[in-house]
Design a protein around this ligand. Structure first.
Ligand SMILES: NC(=O)c1ccc[n+]([C@@H]2O[C@H](COP(=O)([O-])OP(=O)(O)OC[C@H]3O[C@@H](n4cnc5c(N)ncnc54)[C@H](O)[C@@H]3O)[C@@H](O)[C@H]2O)c1
Length: 356
């Protein structure tokens, strides 16, 4: 098997000229930063935007390598020498990490962390960081894009014009407005809060279901807190999910929930696959229980070719790409590598650390 390992090292003279910037008090052993022998080694697992790479390249206190082969076999082989790693979608399980005796910190390129074995991190005092401020706007804009695209039946209109039916079916294609409609935002964290601002711009009414955020915070954003999910599902025209995938939220939206929604309701999931049960969603759409759905995330990614949602015209799909704007890719890569630098320089912002 060919392992693709691209190595970037600083020149020796460069290493000798670096300053010592301190010791990080990690329980996994302190590292004197900036000394030639003990320079923290960072594994960039899966390539990231060049801006983040450049940040590490320009910092004389760190060494790094980009690891493109994310097979379990390769990660077991190459990761042990690293003190830190970045992580996109590849999975870091116990089998891979148990050999990584030097690993002190994992910096997620994103905010979700269902691809990491949290119990293992906790037991071994490995810190988990996220790009807390980088991606909320891009995801919130993606939700707006999906709500508008489905509401305006843009795929159908586009197709009609292309095949020469300029006016033939135009007036029979159903389209809807966001104005004055009710959106239920489930999960009022970074993305939920970014979304409400955009919904207000469209003069939508916003209800929020998040048992962990108090009423005053939601009202400050112009939303209305509801205590019971079903209460919101029954009346909403749009439902947008912004919660983590956990044991509690898996299959949160199943057939029984879809049945109580309005026939014209549109569901958007940019959070995590599995929060909506895909078979139930497909069934509800085919039975006209709801109007449409926009999905950026799936129970299994990449999506299986035989997933019945792929042939359902009432669904708008994107390949877990809500954060793939040029601006967001740059912000996320910068925050991912800056978090590692800040961690070793003992100045990491607390909001970037996941409480384990
Ligand atoms: N599609 C993408 O590319 C993409 C990008 C970024 C984030 N995400 C996903 O979006 C989701 C939200 O991200 P975020 O940055 O806003 O997270 P966040 O941690 O800032 O907010 C999550 C909110 O969900 C609430 N919550 C938790 N469990 C809940 C429950 N059972 N019911 C209602 N509310 C609940 C929490 O109180 C919190 O306010 C995550 O699942 C994340 O993985 C997807």
């Amino acid at each position: 098997m060919i392992f693709l390992l691209i190595k970037y090292s600083k020149r020796w003279s460069h290493r000798l000229s670096v300053r010592t910037v301190g010791f990080h008090p990690t329980k996994r052993g302190s590292i004197p930063l900036g000394t030639a022998k003990n320079m923290p080694r960072v594994a960039i697992i899966e390539n990231i935007h060049q801006d983040g790479i450049n940040l590490l390249k320009e910092n004389p206190n760190f060494e790094f390598e980009i690891i493109e082969d994310i097979s379990e076999e390769n990660l077991i082989k190459v990761l042990p020498k690293f003190d830190a790693c970045t992580l996109r979608v590849s999975k870091l399980n116990e089998k891979i990490m148990s050999n990584c005796k030097n690993l002190k910190v994992i910096s997620r390129h994103g905010v979700g962390y269902d691809n990491v074995d949290l119990d293992f991190l906790k037991k071994n005092n490995i810190t988990l960081l996220i790009t807390a401020t980088a991606n909320a706007v891009a995801v919130a804009e993606h939700v707006i894009y999906m709500m508008l695209s489905i509401s305006k039946s843009i795929n159908q209109y586009d197709q009609e014009v292309r095949i020469g039916n300029f006016k033939k079916n135009a007036s029979t294609i159903k389209t809807l407005e966001l104005f004055n409609k009710e959106i239920l935002i489930v999960g009022f964290g970074r993305i939920g809060q970014s979304l409400i601002k955009r919904c207000k711009g469209f003069e939508m009414k916003v209800t929020v279901f998040d048992p962990f955020v108090n009423k005053e915070v939601i009202e400050k954003f112009g939303g209305r807190k509801i205590e019971n999910l079903d209460q919101g599902l029954k009346v909403c025209d749009y439902l947008s999910l912004h919660i983590p995938l956990t044991k509690e939220t898996k299959n949160l939206i199943d057939y029984s929930k879809l049945q109580i929604m309005k026939k014209e309701a549109i569901i958007i999931n940019t959070a995590r696959g599995g929060i909506i049960n895909e078979n139930d969603l497909n069934k509800a759409l085919n039975e006209n229980k709801i109007f449409g759905a926009g999905l950026d995330v799936f129970e299994k990614e990449p999506v299986d070719k035989n997933n019945s949602l792929l042939t359902n015209k009432k669904v708008l799909l994107s390949p877990h790409s809500a954060t793939f704007t040029n601006e967001c890719k740059s912000r996320m890569s910068l925050e991912t590598t800056k978090n590692i630098i800040d961690f070793f320089e003992n100045k990491i912002d607390k909001s970037m650390i996941v409480k384990l």
